[in-house]
Design a binder for this molecule. Structure first.
Ligand SMILES: C[S@@+](CC[C@H](N)C(=O)[O-])C[C@H]1O[C@@H](n2cnc3c(N)ncnc32)[C@H](O)[C@@H]1O
Length: 248
């Protein structure tokens, strides 16, 4: 998907920034899979607005190369950059602008379903990673659709998710065909809002590419249903399952 053809970049962080605890959860998760590995260079592939880039640099005290094909997303990332260990560059998974065997860890978040050619992207990951190093992928998959918290409120999102999201098996097969071994497959449940009212506020930002594909009418109807639910579920936190793949 071409994010530059949308206005998602401007509102992305409002919709997807889930705070320090969320980042901590994911940095702990990544760390637990790279124990005893030397991590000096991290590739944040499809980094978008750099939602994870700074946390990666800090947690691993490493250089982070954030690559994304969207100028608008990178502009947001650069606009809030504090850490000098991060470098943002235009590029895509299918042609990563990084030398062979030069990366100690590849971090990928919510980009697999955006690859135009997943096979090529996985081969590129294999090329740039040092021998034995790790590719960590967090993704949405078809198997999880029924558990995604917005689907019941936006029923028209279901067929779009079915069409766009890969199956768990497909993700695994793509990376294994590119020469990786699957070290871990798991589901991590993350809190994405402290209440349904807060969740509605986040979704109203329009930062989700699937919800952004709905007609105005369907989106508004979903927001009304969600807000009505929020009015009766005060203090109920919202959780989302994320598929985690660790490849070596
Ligand atoms: C849902 S955002 C995820 C951004 C970031 N990884 C995060 O989790 O916040 C998807 C990102 O994938 C990028 N993208 C689209 N096609 C891509 C490709 N072929 N290779 C790498 N990134 C791509 C988009 O520009 C967008 O920034």
């Amino acid at each position: 998907m071409d994010y530059d053809a949308t206005d998602i970049a401007v509102t992305y962080d409002r919709g997807r920034d889930h705070g320090p605890e969320f980042l901590n959860l994911w940095m702990n998760e990544v760390s637990s899979h790279v124990k005893d590995q030397r991590i000096k260079v991290i590739l944040d592939l499809g980094c978008g607005t750099g939602r994870f880039s700074e946390a990666l640099a800090v947690r691993f005290d490493a250089e982070v190369i954030g690559i994304d094909p969207s100028k608008k997303m990178l502009e947001q990332a650069r606009g809030k950059q504090h850490d000098r260990r991060i470098r943002y560059e235009l590029g895509r998974g299918e042609s990563i602008p990084v030398p062979d065997n030069s990366v100690d860890l590849i971090f990928m978040s919510m980009i697999f379903h955006h690859f135009d050619n997943p096979m090529l992207a996985a081969r590129e990951c294999r090329r740039v990673l040092r021998e034995g190093a790790t590719a960590f992928l967090r993704a949405g998959t078809r198997e999880r659709i029924r558990s995604y918290p917005y689907v019941d409120f936006f029923p028209e999102s279901r067929p779009i998710l079915e069409e766009r999201l890969p199956t768990n098996t497909f993700v695994r097969e793509v990376f294994e065909a590119a020469g990786f071994r699957t070290a871990t497959l798991e589901v991590v449940t993350q809190e994405i809002a402290q209440s349904y009212a807060a969740y509605a506020e986040k979704l109203s930002a329009g930062a989700d590419s699937v919800l952004a594909s709905l007609s105005r009418r369907d989106f508004d109807a979903g927001m009304r249903a969600l807000r009505a639910h929020a009015a009766h579920s005060e203090g109920e936190a919202v959780f989302e399952p994320i598929d985690v793949f660790v490849f070596r």
